[in-house]
Design a protein around this ligand. Structure first.
Ligand SMILES: NC(=O)c1ccc[n+]([C@@H]2O[C@H](COP(=O)([O-])OP(=O)(O)OC[C@H]3O[C@@H](n4cnc5c(N)ncnc54)[C@H](O)[C@@H]3O)[C@@H](O)[C@H]2O)c1
Length: 313
C-alpha cells in the first residue's frame, strides 16, 4: 500500500477520511494550514500521521507534502458560499490556485490518482431535480465557480498528462467534527449547537428549502471506492443520499432527538443559496459501487450523540 496525502486533513471531511485511512492501515500524510480546520480533529491519529503545516497557495509547501504519495485526497478549500461572496479573491486563490498547485505537484511527483472534493453547488440555478452529472451547470456564487474550475482542471490534467483524477460532488455533508462555531458554519452543526444550548436555531429563508443531506461515513466510503476503481478516472460523481428533506423537517427530527422544543427564528434568505437540491446517485452506484449506508435519521442521531459527548456544548 502506497502513501496517501490528505489535503485539508484538519477539516471536517478531511479528518474523518484521515482517521478511516489510518484505521485501514494506510500510511497517511496531511497538509493543512488550519485556517478553518483544527489540529484537534486529528487527535485520534496524530501520532500515526505525518503532518505538514503549509498553505495550498504555496507550490513549494504543496510539493513537499505530495512527494512520495501514491494517492492524493484533495479536501482542502475555503468551503463557504457566504465567505466567497464576502471575499471572492481569497476563495479563488485557495480553491483554484490551490487545486492547480495540487494537480501540478501530483503530476510532477508521479502520483497515481487525485480524488478531489467538488460540490453540489456547481449545479446552481439549474432547477431540474434530481441533479445528474451530465446536466448543464449554472454556478451562483464565487465558491461554486471555484469548485467548477477545480473540476475542469481535474479533467484537463487527466486528458493532457494522464494524471488520474476523480471529482466527487458532495451534497451537504454532516457529521462528527463539523465546526459549529465559525461565522460560516453549516446548518446542521449550528442547529445542534443551538438545541443543546436550548437556544432558538436560525433559518435563512422560510425553511422550505430542501437539501440532500449526506452523512460523513457515506462520503468517506465514496472516497475509499474512488481510490481504486479504474473506470472512475477522469469522471465526476454525485455523492449524496439520493433523498431530500426541508430545513423545517430537519429541525423537527433534531428536536425529537435532542428532546428540545424551542421557537425557530426565520431571517432573510442568503444570496447564492439554491432553493432545492437532490442528487441522483446512480452513476456513483454503477461505477464506484457506492451505496449510502447511513440514512439521514441515523446520521443525525450519531451526530447529536457525538456533539453531546465530545464537544462540550
Ligand atoms: N461540508 C460540506 O457539506 C461540503 C459540501 C460540498 C463540498 N465540500 C468540499 O469538501 C472539502 C472539505 O470541506 P469541509 O466541510 O471538511 O471543510 P473544512 O473547512 O472543515 O475543511 C477544509 C480544510 O482545508 C484547510 N484549508 C483551508 N485553506 C487552506 C490553505 N490555504 N492551505 C491549506 N489548508 C487549507 C482548512 O484549514 C480545513 O482544515 C472542501 O473542498 C469543500 O469545498 C464540502
Amino acid at each position: 500500500m502506497g502513501t496517501i496525502l490528505v489535503t485539508g486533513g484538519g477539516g471536517f471531511i478531511g479528518s474523518n477520511l484521515t482517521v478511516a485511512l489510518v484505521k485501514l492501515g494506510h500510511k497517511v500524510k496531511v497538509l493543512d494550514n488550519f485556517s478553518t480546520g483544527s489540529i484537534d480533529n486529528l487527535q485520534p491519529v496524530l501520532k500515526e500521521i505525518e503532518l505538514y503545516k503549509g498553505d495550498l497557495r504555496c507550490l513549494d509547501d504543496v510539493r513537499r507534502a505530495v512527494a512520495g504519495a501514491e494517492v492524493v485526497f484533495h479536501q482542502g478549500a475555503l468551503p463557504s458560499v457566504p465567505r466567497s461572496i464576502a471575499d471572492p479573491l481569497t476563495t479563488n486563490a485557495v480553491n483554484i490556485e490551490g487545486t492547480l498547485n495540487v494537480l501540478l505537484a501530483s503530476r510532477d511527483a508521479g502520483v497515481r490518482r487525485v480524488v478531489y472534493a467538488s460540490s453540489s453547488s456547481v449545479y446552481g440555478s439549474n432547477e431540474v431535480l434530481p441533479k445528474v452529472e451530465n446536466m448543464s451547470l449554472c454556478p451562483m456564487s464565487p465558491y461554486a465557480a471555484t469548485k467548477l474550475a477545480g473540476e475542469v482542471y481535474g479533467k484537463i490534467f487527466y486528458e493532457l498528462y494522464s494524471l488520474e483524477t476523480v471529482g466527487l460532488r458532495y451534497f451537504n455533508v454532516f457529521g462528527p467534527r463539523q465546526n459549529p462555531k465559525s461565522e460560516y458554519a453549516a446548518a446542521i452543526p449550528r442547529f445542534i449547537k443551538a438545541l443543546l444550548n436550548k437556544a432558538s436555531p436560525v433559518i435563512y429563508g422560510d425553511g422550505n428549502q430542501s437539501r440532500d443531506f449526506t452523512f460523513i461515513d457515506n462520503v468517506v466510503q465514496a472516497n475509499l471506492l474512488s481510490m481504486q476503481t479504474c473506470a472512475a478516472a477522469g469522471e465526476v460523481f454525485n455523492i449524496a443520499c439520493g433523498k431530500r428533506i426541508t430545513l423545517n423537517g430537519l429541525l423537527e427530527i433534531l428536536m425529537d432527538i435532542t428532546g428540545t422544543r424551542v421557537d425557530v427564528v426565520y431571517t432573510a434568505a442568503r444570496p447564492g443559496d439554491v432553493k432545492h437540491s437532490l442528487a441522483g446517485v446512480e452513476k456513483a452506484a454503477g461505477v464506484l459501487g457506492y451505496c449510502p449506508k447511513t440514512d439521514i435519521k441515523e446520521g443525525l442521531r450519531l451526530t447529536v450523540e457525538w456533539f453531546t459527548k465530545e464537544s462540550g456544548l
